[in-house]
Every structure is written in C-alpha cells, then in structure tokens.
Ligand binder design. Sequence first.
Ligand code: BEZ
Length: 209
Amino acid sequence: MSTATMKLFYNPASPFVRKVLLVLLETGQRERVELETVLLSPTSPSAAVNAHNPAGKIPALRLDDGTLLHDSRVIVDYLDHQHVGEPLIPRDGASRWRRLTLASLADAVMDAAVLIRYETATRPQEKHWDEWLAGQQAKIVRALAEFEEAAGAELPSRFDVASIGIACALGYLDFRQPELSWRKSAPKLAAWYADVSQRPSMLATQPPA
Ligand code: BEZ
C-alpha cells in the first residue's frame, strides 16, 4: 500500500524536478510523494498546474493538507526540514551562504539552458533571437568556470544543496546541449560529476533517453 501523502507535479525532463527528486531520495523521503506527470511549455500550459500555481511552473508539491509549494528552492527547503539527517542546506554560518549561492548559480544555468531549449525547440527558426541565445549561453559558460573552481575541494565535501543543484545543471546540459562539450574546459568538474553520477539517486533520476 502506498504511504504517499504528498503529490509532486512532475516531468522527468525538468532539471528542477530532478533536484527535488534527488533531495527526496538523498533524505529517505521518496515514499512520501506520489508523482503526477505534467506536460507543459510556455505555449502549451497545464490547466492542472495553473489551477494551483499561478506561475504555471513545475515542480510544485501538494502537501497532505492541500497546501501547494513552489518553486524548487522552496520545496527543497521544506523537504530539508522534514528529515532528521544532516541538513542539505547548512542552517547557519558562512557555509550556508556559500552553498546557497552555488545552488543559485546552478539554478541560473538550468534557467538559461531551459530557455535556450524553449527558444530553439518551440519557436520557428526564423524567429530565433541569436544575440539573446548567445547571452544565455555565455551565462552558462561563465558559471561552468566557477563550478570548475569549486570542483577542487568545495563540491567533493558534501552532496548537499549546492552539489545537487550543480549535478542537475550538468545532467541537463548533457541531455539538451551535448554539443557544448563542457568537460573539455572543466576537467575537475568532469571528474567530480563522473563520481557523483554513480550515486543511486542520480542513476534513478536520469533524464529520459
Ligand atoms: C525539457 O524537455 O527540456 C523540459 C521539460 C520540462 C521542463 C523543463 C525542461
């Protein structure tokens, strides 16, 4: 019998959804959540999601009392207060702000990569805005340089909010932008990612083939 008391509005291709799933798995809470698959894009919104989240975005998590949480940062913070292990978001001190800032940069990479995906996959070719695409791509490249710095000591220290976010961002780049070949300019990051990719939580949440 299912022990799920919460529902996650979900799409396996979304890196933000993957972040939430990784937190559920890493904190032993996966069984608490039932998944409801949602197909949406800026031009084909989901009425089911819009009814609960005016922003029309996933992931969104419905709690057992009907409360809806969004976005992924809020959901991750909520779930991190629902387990007894070491927090994935340090509760205080300099590490809290550093790890959250790295996680924010990972979100920025995911945002840029998803926007590029929408622009190139859903807009007609003649309407593509090349300068805008280049601006989004440059953001990703700058962030990868910072992640490469962090891959020396900071990332291997813990698989927490920062490492989870960066792993999701890299997984999404491999999924949607394999031609970027990010490993060429980020060897330490590539070695770190090869290692964390073997975690059961990462293997269980790979984007669809
Ligand atoms: C994608 O197919 O890349 C995607 C799907 C849902 C949310 C974000 C990205």
